[in-house]
Ligand binder design. Sequence first.
Ligand SMILES: [Zn+2]
Ligand SMILES: [Zn+2]
Length: 315
Amino acid sequence: MKPATRSLQSRAVCQSKIQKPVLSEGRTDPKSKILLGAHMSIGGGVHMAIQRACSVGCTTMQIFVKNNMQWLARPLTRREIGAFLNHSQRHELLSIFAHANYLINLAATNPQFHANSLRSLSEELIRADQLKLPFLVLHPGAHLGAGEEAGLEKIIESIDHVFSRIPKIKTRIALETTAGQGSCLGSKFEHLAYIISRVREPERLCVCLDTAHIFAAGYDIGSESAVRKTFREFDRVILRDRLVAIHVNDSKTACGSRVDRHEHIGRGKIGLEAFRIIMRDHRFRKIPKVLETPKGKDLREDVENLKTLRGLIGS
Ligand SMILES: [Zn+2]
Ligand SMILES: [Zn+2]
């Protein structure tokens, strides 16, 4: 598969809309500017996620914009939108973004399933836009036996269709790198580059990198030299400007296993080196880094993982 052409990519540079970190009075610790957080539940309403994230010291978070296992939901009310946008702690989160529900498959071969996917994605982009979220993370899709090329073509067609129906929506789609489990596309950087190079409105697409997914997909990030090589590959194929978020997850499974199982930081097969580089390299400074690791309601595991990651920053 040919990688995206340079002209298409440069035409479509997608700048991150992350606001500059604003420190509240007296907070001078440079570590506080690090964009680090976790995926947060919206149980009790979307505004509740803000409270949860702030309670464990996040400066960024990812949320679902509705129940992640349902196709459709009733529209957000003005009151719900207001409670989120005007939340007293919202300014503590320097970047908030969304993740699409897991049912959506833009390469679905069943017509009804495909139609539901398009409708659901449009609806979620509208909801994310109402909440003023800059992007919605999406797994590109699974070809279900149709083959890689047919799957990618269907995804491109689907993205064009969705965007053409909602021309005024500012929330972009952040295509996520995947582990390549089953027939899931997105396990090669070239898959994402190809989609970006072929859609009609590439400026409405960006990329989210998941450390556990790329590792399971076969990109080695187990040592400093391997991490640097993998990121050079990312820059060559996709371009760094496209990267708007990193999911910081360790992996229960080995490199190349193509099995997607997230593990707590430092307790999986990736080791700490990749996370040390992601936390320390200035090029990742403005990129929000979000955990998607297993946790209970008290968020104790988030506290632990955030502490481990902050500890890697050094002095
Ligand atoms: Zn994901
Ligand atoms: Zn992820």
